[in-house]
Design a binder for this molecule. Structure first.
Ligand SMILES: Cc1cc2nc3c(=O)[nH]c(=O)nc-3n(C[C@H](O)[C@H](O)[C@H](O)COP(=O)(O)OP(=O)(O)OC[C@H]3O[C@@H](n4cnc5c(N)ncnc54)[C@H](O)[C@@H]3O)c2cc1C
Length: 547
């Protein structure tokens, strides 16, 4: 099977009622909302959809227990409602998770207050029953912790979306189904403003290598930590910066022998809250809060942050004897928090803001600042409402299953395995990542052994999923596929040899020659190692941090 590249017809001179700049979770949610509202919508993304902060987050879909500390009750209510909707509509991607909050005798938090906070959190969550973690789980974890301390355990429920990249891919195809035109690898060079009102957007298609101009009725700036830059390039002057970027870093460890099976929320070496989470058959540890005003696309964890996370996880699990050699990779993202000079990063509100640029001389342009994965859909509705579109609030208790196909339903897995003539493991993987699209992918897999082949020998995800990514999900590069649409390269055992094997197997189906395999592979490895940074980059400085 030879696939032609995604067609990218020229956009020059076209009129769009809405141009959304930035294809992270917020931009994709806004484009979907506007297209569903009947607006001719264009979404442009300079790199790939979900390649910004969205894929650099801790991936928790949470009501925001921590916001209770700051008295942001409305935000907690909104987040809990959105969490419920995601759990119902995307049950293949968003799972309920038990969290254990661990405090010891040196904790900065008062146990009574924590208990009261959790009681309130559960009450606000209304319809989510509290499930106690098993006694064995508790005991197991207690044995792994520092025995010299007195630990208090508090359990609560939240959720996790292991792959927000997949959630974005689904919302993207829904936006297109509603009529949106979407373009990744297309940079907005500037917004064209005249006589106090926006008129259009200048674009650079980085694949076709051409500049284009489109007319726009509205421009929605959803560029997350890049939002001020878009305004600067367009000579739109805001009274003060909209953002104060705060970097957050993570380290990824293999599952160590005493690693928790539940999500752990505890205090880092300096008393800040931090997470140790089972994720993607690995352990995700994060995060940090460091002011970062640099290029968000080049942000990376510093040796100090890696040392801090390592010391924090080692302090919690001293018997595991984790060292920097165990770190599989590290990654960081810049939180697009609202500009709050003088505030500690942890005290800055996590509430989103819709900034209207009418007073900045750019009527019909909005910038979305802040927000969470959890609240992207409600932020999109608020934005559409500001534009005068009719918006229907979903009723969390009544929403249907959306695109979900429950991966816990064994009959569904067996059916997909039968349709595609693939192993049960592959069928489960397809259902977990593609929900209701699983049957179509399985039917495609039936066509040939090459399509049924695993992407690399260590994964059960198959080449047919890759073809789906190129065909229906607007993947353009190998990085778009292996890091986001079929994100096997985030896996525990991925290495350069897996990348090579994957490029050969995918190339065989897509008709790539030796040169195409080589150039795709080279570009992919550059992107992979810039995003998922191996720790060797830091080892000298890390040694110093550990000493
Ligand atoms: C360390 C960390 C941990 C987090 N953990 C969680 C969590 O556990 N749960 C949660 O709910 N939230 C979490 N968040 C917050 C969440 O990830 C973000 O709020 C959310 O992803 C922001 O999405 P966005 O679409 O606004 O930004 P982005 O995902 O960054 O999207 C903006 C996009 O705009 C594009 N762009 C920029 N300039 C241009 C241009 N000129 N032309 C075209 N495109 C452009 C960029 O390439 C980028 O893809 C975390 C954030 C961080 C940093």
């Amino acid at each position: 099977m030879v696939l032609s590249a995604n067609p990218r017809p020229r956009l020059e001179g076209q009129h769009f009622q809405v141009v959304v700049i930035g294809g992270g979770i917020n931009g994709v949610a806004v484009a979907r909302e506007c297209a569903r509202g009947g607006k001719r919508t264009l979404l442009v993304e300079q790199n790939d959809f979900a390649s910004g902060v969205t894929s650099r987050s801790t991936r928790i879909i949470h009501g925001g227990l921590r916001y209770l500390e700051h008295g942001e009750l409305d935000l907690v209510r909104e987040s809990l409602r959105e969490r419920e909707t995601l759990l119902r509509q995307r049950s293949h991607l968003v799972h309920p998770v038990h969290f254990l909050l661990l405090l010891n005798e040196n904790s900065q938090r008062n146990a009574m207050k924590v208990r009261a906070g959790l009681w309130l959190y559960r009450r606000l969550a209304k319809n989510r029953p509290h499930v106690n973690t098993g006694e064995t789980e508790h005991k197991q974890l207690e044995r792994a912790l520092d025995a010299g301390r007195r630990w208090s355990f508090f359990s609560y429920e939240d959720a996790q979306c292991e792959f927000p990249e997949r959630l974005v891919a689904e919302w993207l195809t829904e936006a297109v189904a509603a009529g949106a035109v979407v373009r990744n690898h297309t940079e907005a060079l500037a917004v064209d403003v005249a006589h106090g009102r926006i008129r259009g957007v200048l674009l650079r298609d980085l694949i076709a290598g051409r500049d284009e101009r489109v007319d726009a009725g509205w421009v929605i700036n959803c560029t997350g930590p890049w939002a001020d830059r878009v305004c600067q390039r367009s000579s739109i002057h805001t009274a003060q910066p909209m953002l104060g970027g705060v970097r957050g870093s993570h380290i990824v460890l293999p599952r160590f022998s005493s690693a928790p099976n539940v999500a752990v929320y505890s205090e880092a070496v300096d008393g800040r809250p931090f997470f140790v989470l089972p994720w993607n058959d690995q352990i995700l540890v994060g995060t940090t809060e460091v002011a970062d005003g640099g290029d968000p696309g080049k942000t990376a964890p510093s040796a100090d942050e890696i040392g801090y996370l390592l010391r924090s996880v080692t302090q919690l699990f001293p018997k595991a004897k984790i060292s920097e050699r165990d770190i599989k990779y590290t990654f960081a993202g810049v939180r697009p928090l609202p500009y709050s000079p003088g505030n500690r990063p942890s005290a800055v509100t996590r509430r989103h803001i819709v900034h209207d640029h009418a007073d900045d001389g750019a009527k019909h342009m909005l910038s979305l600042i802040g927000g969470k994965l959890t609240t992207a859909a409600s932020l999109a509705r608020q934005c559409a409402d500001k534009m005068g579109l009719t918006v229907t609030e979903p009723n969390a208790a009544a929403v249907g299953p959306g695109n979900a196909l429950d991966p816990l339903l064994d009959e569904a897995i067996l059916e997909i395995a039968r349709i595609g003539s693939v192993s049960e493991e592959s069928a489960r993987g397809i259902v977990e990542w593609h929900g209701a699209r699983a049957a179509d992918i399985a039917r495609m897999a039936l066509v040939s052994a090459e399509l049924r082949a695993p992407v690399c020998p260590h994964t059960s995800h198959i080449v047919a999923e890759v073809v789906e990514a190129y065909r229906r999900e607007y993947a353009v590069t190998l990085g778009d596929v292996l890091l986001r649409r079929v994100p096997v390269a985030l896996g525990a055992c991925w290495s350069e040899s897996c990348s090579r094997e994957a490029a050969v197997r995918i190339g065989a189906v897509l008709g790539w020659d030796e040169y195409a395999i080589g150039s795709n592979l080279e570009a992919f490895e550059i992107e992979r190692t810039a995003f998922l940074q191996p720790v060797q980059h830091h080892s000298a400085a890390l040694q110093a941090a550990a000493d």
